[in-house]
Write a protein that binds this ligand. Structure first.
Ligand code: SF4
Length: 369
């Protein structure tokens, strides 16, 4: 705990909070309110857990954006996975996808009805299963941002090397930068600055944000997950806003390099190519997804099983799309805490352990939005 404690030091947190308040007061003198968006599910949880939102001045709003990969995946993707499970194909997935509702049902319900759905902690598990049971067919659910994409690309390479003809991937990958582009141009969201994700940045690197920050004049600060990381990130953003600057600062230099992880980038580039993709809440964004290159088509579940993945249907009354976009806080959804709870979730933002609604339900019920 030695290293973790250093990033949770109460005295240091008080000092940074004091500086943030001072910056907030200076912004208030110019009638300036600032809206900062975090776009990382782990940040969403940490912000709620450490009550960071409540520590901010009234004129500084920290809103959660599309940081949870499970949440941004549209119901149509789940429908395709459920359909595959119904055809006797074994689904291999991370646990968070299990209870996410599709248009009609979830993988958890399909499993209860007898379908084979294997929960794994690593994509490598799918290759192990496929090698052990050559008579069965396996589809791995490839959902996630750049952090997850590397290990799945590695799975595809392994499947090709080992000649695993019974394994494929249903690609539902998303890239963070096209989402930031869309959010920065959306007047309904009106974001002034971004607290950039930690894990994703470790892969794509701090330099990846620089053209975006310049083009849209939005300060971007990459921060880690501990309370002091996040507070320092917010302080850095406010300092930029006050100075009228818009650059990329890397507050998480102990993990994130300017150039990112070149090895993972090369692996992703080798196997996958950008495609337009549907996001829950954000609609179809150009080049925001990744699909397997034609030379890997044999491992593409959509090609192999002739699937057409659509948008699907959102559960009645669910406002996850608006929550993901930062237009709505969870308590503003009429189902929050009543019809929709972590024990009986209606939408993905309450299913996922990194969902905004889960974070609010668990840590900030009753707090100011
Ligand atoms: S409270 Fe439930 S239904 Fe409402 S937005 Fe959140 S997850 Fe969706």
């Amino acid at each position: 705990m030695k290293y973790v404690d250093a990033f949770r030091h109460p005295g240091a947190a008080r000092a940074i909070r004091g500086r943030i308040r001072e910056l907030g007061a200076r912004l208030a003198e110019t009638q300036r309110a600032v809206r900062i968006m975090e776009v990382c599910g782990t940040h969403t949880m940490a912000v709620a857990r450490y009550a960071i939102r409540e520590a901010l001045p009234r004129n500084v709003r920290l809103i959660s954006g599309p940081g949870c990969p499970v949440c941004v995946t549209p119901p149509g993707y789940l429908d395709a996975a459920v359909a595959l499970a119904g055809r006797g194909i074994a689904i291999v997935t991370f646990g968070d996808m299990l209870n996410v509702p599709g248009s009609q049902t979830s993988l958890a319900r399909r499993r209860a009805e007898g379908a084979r759905v294997e929960v794994c902690y690593s994509p490598a598990r799918a290759a192990e299963l496929a090698a052990r049971e050559p008579g069965a067919e396996f589809v791995f659910l490839g959902v996630g941002f750049e952090t997850t994409i590397g290990p799945v690309a590695s799975l595809v390479c392994r499947a090709r090397e080992q000649g695993l003809g019974n394994l494929s991937v249903l690609c539902g990958f998303r890239r963070i930068l096209p989402a930031l582009e869309a959010l920065a141009q959306d007047p309904e969201v009106a974001v002034d600055a971004f607290l950039c994700p930690a894990h994703v940045s470790a892969v794509i690197g701090a330099d990846a944000y620089r053209p975006f920050a310049r083009r849209h004049r939005r300060p971007c600060v990459i921060a880690g997950f501990e309370p002091l990381d996040i507070l320092l990130g917010l302080q850095g953003i406010l300092e930029q806003v006050l100075a009228g600057e818009a650059r990329v600062d890397n507050q998480y230099a102990r993990v994130v390099r300017s150039e990112g992880n070149r090895k993972v980038q090369a692996l992703i580039e080798q196997c996958l190519t950008p495609v337009d993709a549907d996001w829950r809440g954000l609609g179809t964004l150009p080049h925001s997804g990744l699909a397997l290159r034609p030379e890997y088509a044999a491992f593409d579940a959509a090609v192999r099983y002739r699937l057409c993945v659509g948008q699907g249907q959102v559960p009645a009354g669910c406002r996850c799309g608006d929550v993901i976009k930062g237009k709505l806080t969870p308590p503003e959804c009429g189902l929050f805490g009543r019809a929709c709870t972590p024990a009986a979730p209606v939408g993905p933002c309450m299913v996922s352990s990194e969902g905004t609604c889960t974070a609010w339900y668990r840590y900030t019920r009753g707090a100011r939005p």
